[in-house]
Write a protein that binds this ligand. Structure first.
Ligand code: BGC
Ligand code: IFM
Length: 817
């Protein structure tokens, strides 16, 4: 069942009824000011940091789930009837409802009692403010006398404190109302540098800034007493809960339409003013006034909207494809690319499932996210890499997480997730393949953010490999540490503090648990390093890294091989995990994907066998589950993985992040049909048709889909902020379509379904536009490549002479060789 449809022309998902299975979110802003917005206008905004600079208050795990946001009420004076054109929070049955979630814009429209209303929300480029453009039209043949109430509840900036420290925060809230603007000033006393403003293009008839005056102590947002009465009370908040409510009059002749613009903005006094105003302790309101003047004009709003569209046009136009499959087209050209940009901006901080006050940036998460956005924002990717690398430790290990504001590693979470450093190699190589910017390797980057410890980025990569080589276990496989990619597979014995939500101690002083996954990943990373060294002309390192891979490979294929598939690990007692000899958790997806991607077992049939086992034991109609059978009880020596009931999260769900590893592996074996079949099973656009089962947004990937052992199989959770976005983009574009950046040029080597006759693509690569035309001329995957009509002998297109704007590439797939 569907709750809307894709409008690919306008790049929007159009939700046609408000009662979706869950709140369906979108994001506003793409620079420093951000917001989340649900399809019924719930959500919140923040400046740079979802925890420390939050503008709008939002309560997680609430009932209803999504309440609090950017709400406008309309009230008909003649009857006293009031409603929200966004359905929430009043939830009056509307005559029509649509929410168009677009790229950086959300437009919610409805009609009720002969009045149509539409609210467009977006953040203009270059600005720290959001626009709500309300258009109201009188469809009646009599005049309409309406009142609008636009409202926000202010967060007292630090979202964590805001949600917990009431003995303090009921006393600190301060506002000021001056010349049609509500200023939210809390915190100005001690920090003197930031404030929010809320204003409107129409004159305020009245306002409220104290929540209790607007709602009434015992009312909710669904029935504010001021709206019921038709009048705000011009309340000024002294402590308690500051809000911004702007009441305006809308008297409309039959057929008349009016537009009112609301602005919510963030403003900082510059440092010198902060200093000067210390004595006065004032916020500099005059700084906000020019912006208010500008963005309350319809023409300015329209051109800001167009600028935003151009920004996204430019990003997306770097890679556009036409395949025979509309789902693939839609995901690659629009939604998957968009989700990759959102994970770039948000990492794992703020979503419907991440509160914005939890973890900072993940080392492993952010390095992988880069695969999906590096072609769109290469300069920003470069900076991101340098920031991440600076949190690496001198040992070559890495902090698992770091704070985006301070850019320092997080001691509380620690550093011994032993796969982490290897992701930096894959990520830096992806960046250089995309850009050719080998100079990045010479950038001096500190270790553990310590001044004086700076070394070239290349050395960071070398130390990452060294870190693994220095930490191997009894079978010669890499030690797993706290965990590898699977954060919840905690095989070592770490003493847990009393009061921790799950226990990871076995009471044995364990240090020997090993990871087959990291073994495979080391082979992959060492191959990358060898290729990189070759590109740099460094023969010594080529040999060294080839040897690292060659040494680990036989260890993986002996101790890491179970007979039908790759084992997952060895626990701290030396017993295999992910083996037919185990009672539960006999097979895991991760080592099958990682080892085959690393090229292990391609020649001796192990890869083929492993993928057959994946199909037999793990694949379901909703995607491929992470392990099977799921653990039915808690095991101290396995840790958090077994804290989840079978079929959920790391214990047997379709952990979508890993599915593209199997898609890529299938292409390595030449199985285009199988790869694309797996692609479609978790593809949001395909699953749109079963939205009532899938439940999260049909336009973006979720982290997990409940697995075959779960009572709610097929139900997705934790949408938006997941490494799934980047990896699926890589699987479909670089492996199934085969359009893959390499150090020496763009390579085109598709492994797509036999039934596909033709694919075209336009790809900007190192400032040159590649017009690619792929045609199937026969079965199989062998290619013949023509550049500007001339046949070339490899699938890698040589870099054209400087100044070349466009290169035409013809690829014939299935050519008899
Ligand atoms: C996982 C969670 C887990 C957490 C613990 C996350 O990355 O997705 O399942 O609870 O890490 O560290
Ligand atoms: O690999 C991790 C990732 O870093 C965060 N989310 C969960 C994944 C699997 O545990």
């Amino acid at each position: 069942m569907r709750y809307g449809y894709f409008d690919d022309k306008t790049r929007e998902y159009v939700i046609t009824r408000p009662d979706t299975p869950l709140p369906w979110f979108n994001y506003l802003g793409c620079e420093e000011y951000f917001g989340l917005i649900s399809h019924t206008a719930g959500g919140y905004s923040f400046y740079k940091d979802a925890r420390l600079r939050r503008l709008i208050r939002y309560r997680y795990n609430n009932a209803p789930m999504d309440i609090g946001g950017r709400y406008i009420y309309l009230r008909d004076k003649a009857t006293g009837t009031y409603w929200s054109p966004t359905w929430m929070p009043v939830r009056r049955q509307l005559d029509t409802f649509t929410c168009r979630h677009g790229i950086g814009t959300t437009t919610i429209a409805s009609t009720f009692v002969g009045i149509s209303a539409e609210v467009l929300y977006f953040v203009p480029m270059g600005q720290n403010l959001e626009i709500w453009r309300l258009r109201v039209k009188n469809l009646r043949d009599t005049p309409a006398n309406l009142m609008s109430f636009a409202s926000v509840e202010f967060c007292l900036w630090d979202a964590n404190d805001d949600a917990t420290n009431f003995q303090r925060n009921y006393n600190v809230g301060e506002v000021e109302v001056l010349d049609n603007v509500i200023y939210h000033k809390t915190e100005y006393r001690e920090r003197r540098n930031h404030f929010a403003y809320f204003t409107s293009s129409a004159p305020m008839k009245a306002f409220d800034t104290q929540r209790e005056n607007f709602l009434g102590v015992f009312n909710g947002w669904d029935s504010p007493q001021a709206v019921a009465k038709g009048a705000c009370s011009n309340s000024i908040a002294h402590g308690w809960a500051p809000v911004g409510v702007i009441q305006s009059e809308l008297i409309l002749a039959p057929g008349e339409e009016r537009e009112v613009i609301f602005l919510l903005g963030y403003m900082e006094n510059p440092n010198e003013e902060k200093f000067e105003d210390q004595a006065k302790q004032v916020i500099n309101k005059s700084r906000a006034l020019p912006l208010i003047k500008q963005f309350t004009q319809a023409g300015e709003v329209q051109s800001a909207l167009e600028n935003l569209h151009h920004y996204w046009d430019a990003l997306f136009s770097r890679f556009q494809v036409t395949t025979p499959d509309e789902h693939a087209n839609r995901m690659i050209n629009i939604w998957n690319a968009y989700q990759c940009m959102v994970t770039f901006n948000m990492s794992r901080s703020a979503s419907g499932f991440e509160t914005g006050i939890g973890r900072g940036m993940g080392f492993r998460d952010s390095t992988q996210d880069l695969f999906g956005f590096v072609h769109m924002v290469p300069e920003r990717a470069r900076q991101r890499l340098l920031d991440i690398a600076a949190t690496q430790l001198e040992t070559g290990g890495a902090y698992h997480q770091y704070q985006p504001l301070t850019k320092r590693g997080n001691d509380a979470v620690g550093s011994n997730f032993n796969d982490d450093p290897l992701w930096l190699i894959l990520s830096v190589c992806a960046y250089i393949k995309e850009t050719g910017d080998r100079g990045v390797l010479d950038e001096l980057v500190s270790y553990d953010s310590k001044p004086g410890s700076e070394q070239p980025l290349y050395e960071h990569l070398q130390r990452a490999i060294q870190y693994i080589l220095e930490r191997t276990g009894p079978h010669g496989l890499p030690l797993i540490g706290r965990a590898d990619w699977n954060d919840c597979l905690n095989l070592n014995c770490f003493s847990s503090e009393p009061g921790e939500s799950f226990q990871t101690t076995t009471g044995k002083d364990g240090k020997v648990a090993e990871s087959v996954f990291i073994g495979g990943m080391l082979v992959l990373a060492a191959h990358e390093m060898a290729e990189l060294a070759d590109y740099l002309g460094n023969k010594k390192d080529v040999d060294f890294y080839n040897k690292v891979a060659a040494d680990m490979e036989p260890i993986v294929t002996s101790h890491g091989w179970d007979g039908e598939w790759f084992r997952r690990a060895y626990d701290d007692y030396g017993n295999p995990v992910g083996s037919a000899t185990c009672k539960e958790g006999q097979i895991f997806i991760e080592p099958q994907g990682m080892c085959v991607m690393a090229g292990i077992g391609l020649k001796d049939g192990k890869a083929e066998k492993a993928l057959q086992s994946v199909e037999k034991r793990l694949a379901t109609e909703h995607g491929i589950v992470v392990n099977n059978p799921g653990y039915t009880q808690y095991y101290l020596h396995l840790g958090e993985i077994s804290s989840y009931p079978p079929g959920y999260k790391e214990n047997g769900s379709v952990f979508c992040h890993t599915n593209p590893w199997i898609m890529i592996s299938e292409t390595k074996l030449g199985h285009g049909d199988k790869a694309f079949d797996y692609y479609k099973r978790i593809c949001p656009s395909v699953r749109e048709a079963i939205s009532e089962v899938h439940r999260t947004e049909p336009y973006v990937y979720a982290q997990t889909i409940a697995g075959k052992e779960a009572p709610t199989k097929g139900e997705a959770k934790n949408s938006w902020l997941t490494g799934t976005a980047a990896w699926n983009f890589v699987a479909i574009t670089q492996y199934i379509l085969g359009i893959r950046p390499t150090f020496t040029g763009l390579s085109v080597q598709p492994v797509f379904p036999e039934s596909w006759k033709e694919v075209t693509a336009s790809r900007l690569f190192r400032d040159v536009k590649y017009d690619i035309h792929i045609q199937r001329v026969g079965p199989g995957n062998a290619v013949e490549t023509f550049v500007e009509g001339r046949k070339i002998e490899t699938p890698v297109i040589p870099l054209p002479p400087p100044g070349t704007a466009c290169v035409k590439v013809e690829v014939k797939v299935g050519s008899p060789k």
